[in-house]
Design a protein around this ligand. Structure first.
Ligand code: CA
Length: 237
């Protein structure tokens, strides 16, 4: 079954280019030319990934993304931004978007991003499960008041379920499974985001900041995800 990509974009030329290119790469494409139609199609088609323009008629891309996440839809969303300052907004507004590319984008770059984002959700982070005291594989990681259920991909703080996006969870699990090791932002992009060739390092900082806002008692003085200046991040056991 080919993976389905929903393109929500009002510029027909861009839609045509994207469709042509993505179908040649083996994806099935659907498209909507305004935000409201896009939202409706995202909910009814359940695509594998959504390419979402920001400036759209009726509902803009920010509203579409927020609305999807508000309904619990966790489909990876890659925002198509026209300017760098829009890119900042994508993460600044905490919409739950997974990634963005800035127009004009290279098709090779876009393909790599799409592949990485689809792979993230199709294959949850692997890596050896930690061992419990009696030697059996454990499905839980506990540090202080923080608990991760690896099988269910859920995290709890002091018993309360945390609302984490897929990427936030992946980052938390990766760091927690490798507690007390420092990872550079480049390493995290490669290991958690699956970016092999390039990547925007700010993506890591923004995701760490969002994660701290959800898991830390005091995000300004984090107990779990600590910054090592000039080196990267580590999870403190
Ligand atoms: Ca547009």
């Amino acid at each position: 079954m080919p993976k389905t990509i929903l393109i929500i974009e009002d510029e027909q030329t861009i839609v045509d280019i994207l469709k042509f290119h993505l179908e040649r790469e083996g994806y099935a494409c659907e498209y909507a030319c305004d935000g409201q139609e896009g939202l409706r199609m995202a909910l009814s088609l359940n695509p594998d990934l959504i390419l979402l323009d920001i400036m759209l008629p009726v509902l803009d891309g920010f509203e579409v993304c927020r609305s999807l996440r508000g309904r619990g839809v966790q489909t990876p969303v890659v925002m198509l931004t026209a300017r760098e300052d829009e890119a900042d907004k994508v993460f600044g507004l905490e919409l739950g978007a997974d990634d963005y590319v800035t127009k004009p984008f290279s098709l090779a770059e876009l393909s790599a991003r799409i592949k990485a984002n689809i792979r993230r959700t199709a294959e949850p982070a692997d890596g050896a499960l930690p061992r419990a005291a009696h030697g059996e594989p454990s499905n839980e990681l506990c540090y202080g008041g923080l608990t991760l259920h690896l099988g269910r991909m859920e995290a709890y703080r002091d018993g309360g379920a945390l609302e984490l996006t897929q990427r936030e969870y992946d980052l938390l699990q990766f760091l927690a499974q490798n507690a007390d090791q420092v990872f550079s932002r480049e390493e995290l992009l490669e290991r958690v985001w699956n970016y092999e060739y390039y990547g925007d390092l700010r993506t890591v900082d923004v995701t760490v900041r969002r994660l701290r806002g959800k898991i830390e008692e005091n995000p300004a003085e984090p107990r779990y995800i600590v910054t090592r200046r000039g080196a990267g991040y580590l999870f403190k056991s």
